[in-house]
Design a protein around this ligand. Structure first.
Ligand SMILES: Nc1ncnc2c1ncn2[C@@H]1O[C@H](COP(=O)(O)OP(=O)(O)OP(=O)(O)O)[C@@H](O)[C@H]1O
Ligand SMILES: [Mg+2]
Length: 394
C-alpha cells in the first residue's frame, strides 16, 4: 500500500493561471544554457502537463505577459515533473476546483505543488508569522500585539499603541506592523520620542483606506499583529529548506527567475540586491552586486536554525548595519517566489521529503503525517550524495 502511494505525484495545477496569461518568450538576458533549459522546460510541461501550458517556444509573444510569473511557474512545474521522474513516480496534474481541492487524505499526501489562495486560512493566524525562530534570530525587538480602540481593552504589553509609545521613548525611529491573520499587510510607522497615543492611532488608521478598515475589524482582538522595530536591512536572501536542510538559495531580486541564475549548476545564486525597494524600507530597489562571502555567512547562520526546525519552509535573511545576519521572515515553501534559485535542487529533495511544506495550511495539516507512510519510495536509493560544491554549507 505504502509503495502505491509514493509512486504518484499529484501536482496542483489549478492556480497556475499565470501561464494562461500570455507567453512572454525566452528572455535575451538569460545565459545561453538557461535559455536552452527554458525551452526544454516549456516542451516538457507542454508534453506532460498540457493543462498547465500548451505552448512552444514559437508561440506568439504577448507584450503584456508577466515574465516573472510565467517563467517562475513554468520552472516550478518542470522541476516537479523531473523530480517525479527521478524517483519513478507517476506525475498527474490535478486542477483543483475554484474553492479548494476536493482531495482525500491519500491524494493530499501525494501532493507536490502550489496551494490555492483560498486554501490559506485568512482569519486564523499563520504560525510562521510569529515563529519562535524569528523571535530568537530576528535581531530586533518584536512582540505579538493587537489594536484596541478603547483604553484598557488589551493588556498594555500587548497593545500596539502602548508598545509604540514605549518604543518611541526608547528612541526607536520606526516600527513595522504586520498583520498576522492575513499575510498581505505590512506597514511602517515613523516615531518621535514625544509622539502621543492619538498620533499613533491616527498613523495606523490613516495609513491607507485598506489598513484603516482592517484595524477596525481586528480591534480588541489579541495576537493579530506582529510589531517590530524597524532596522535597516540589506542584501535580502531567500533560503529554501527541505526537511531541515538548506537545499537552494537566491537573492531577493524581484525580477529574477530560475532562468536568471548566474550558473545553472549552482544551488546558491550569489547575486544580491543591496536595497530592496518597498513601503517598509522606504527606498527604491538598487545596488545589484555579487558576494559569495555574504551568502556563505547566511548559510552558516541559517544551517543550524533550519536543522533545529527540521521541516520544510523558506527562510528570508538579511544583514543589519552591524554586519550581522538576521531572519526577516519565514514562509511556507509551496507558494514562495523562487527568484534565481535552483528549483531542481528543491524539488528533487521535496519529492522524497518527510515534510513537503504544507503544514501551515489547514487542509493540508495532516498531510506530513501521511507522508511518513508514503516513504520509502519503492526501490529508490535515498542515500544519493549531493554534488560537492564549495559554497554549500548546509
Ligand atoms: N523590522 C524590519 N525592519 C526593516 N525592514 C523590514 C522589517 N521587516 C520587514 N522589512 C522589509 O519589508 C519587507 C517585507 O517584509 P516581510 O517579508 O516580513 O513581509 P511580507 O508581507 O512577506 O512582504 P513581501 O511579500 O513583500 O516579502 C522585507 O522584505 C524587508 O525589506
Ligand atoms: Mg517577505
Amino acid at each position: 500500500m505504502a509503495e502505491q502511494l509514493s509512486e504518484h505525484v499529484r501536482f496542483s495545477g489549478g492556480q497556475l493561471t499565470q501561464l494562461a496569461g500570455g507567453f512572454p518568450g525566452l528572455q535575451s538576458r538569460w545565459d545561453a544554457r538557461l535559455r536552452e533549459q527554458a525551452a526544454r522546460d516549456l516542451a516538457l510541461v507542454a508534453e506532460r502537463a498540457p493543462e498547465i501550458a500548451d505552448l512552444t517556444v514559437a508561440s506568439p509573444v504577448s507584450s503584456d505577459a508577466d515574465v516573472e510569473d510565467f517563467w517562475e511557474n513554468l520552472a516550478r512545474t518542470a522541476a516537479a515533473i523531473r523530480a517525479a521522474d527521478h524517483v519513478g513516480a507517476e506525475f498527474t496534474v490535478v486542477p483543483p476546483n475554484a474553492e479548494h481541492p476536493d482531495w482525500n487524505d491519500y491524494e493530499l499526501s501525494e501532493r507536490l505543488g502550489p496551494v490555492l489562495s483560498a486554501e490559506e486560512n485568512r482569519h486564523g493566524s499563520d504560525p510562521l508569522v510569529m515563529h519562535q525562530m524569528l523571535i530568537d534570530h530576528g535581531g530586533r525587538w518584536m512582540r505579538l500585539a493587537g489594536y484596541g480602540d478603547e483604553p484598557g481593552e488589551l493588556p498594555t504589553d500587548e497593545d500596539v499603541v502602548e508598545l509604540a509609545l514605549q518604543r518611541a521613548k526608547a528612541g526607536v525611529q520606526a516600527l513595522v506592523v504586520k498583520l498576522v491573520g492575513r499575510k498581505t499587510g505590512i506597514i511602517r510607522i515613523d516615531l518621535r520620542t514625544d509622539i502621543t497615543a492619538p498620533e499613533i492611532h491616527e498613523r495606523l488608521l490613516a495609513y491607507d483606506e485598506n489598513f484603516g478598515w482592517v484595524f477596525i475589524r481586528i480591534a480588541g482582538r489579541r495576537h493579530t499583529l506582529l510589531v517590530q522595530d524597524w532596522i535597516p536591512m540589506v542584501d535580502e536572501y531567500r533560503l529554501f529548506v527541505v526537511d531541515g536542510k538548506i537545499v537552494s538559495g537566491a537573492g531577493c531580486i524581484e525580477e529574477f527567475t530560475p532562468y536568471d541564475r548566474a550558473d545553472p549548476d549552482d544551488r546558491f545564486d550569489i547575486r544580491l540586491r543591496r536595497h530592496r525597494g518597498n513601503a517598509v524600507t522606504g527606498q527604491r530597489s538598487e545596488g545589484l552586486h555579487i558576494d559569495s562571502t555574504v551568502v556563505e555567512r547566511y548559510l552558516r547562520f541559517a544551517a543550524p536554525i533550519a536543522a533545529a526546525h527540521g521541516g520544510t519552509l523558506v527562510i528570508d535573511v538579511a544583514t543589519t548595519t552591524d554586519n550581522k545576519p538576521v531572519i526577516i521572515e519565514l514562509n511556507p515553501l509551496p507558494n514562495s517566489g523562487l527568484y534565481a534559485s535552483n528549483p531542481d535542487a528543491v524539488y528533487r529533495r521535496l519529492v522524497r521529503a518527510r515534510d513537503r511544506g504544507y503544514g501551515v495550511y489547514p487542509l493540508m495539516r495532516d498531510a506530513p503525517k501521511l507522508l511518513e507512510f508514503a516513504r520509502p519510495i519503492n526501490g529508490f536509493d535515498d542515500t544519493e550524495p549531493e554534488p560537492e560544491r564549495k559554497d554549500t554549507r548546509s
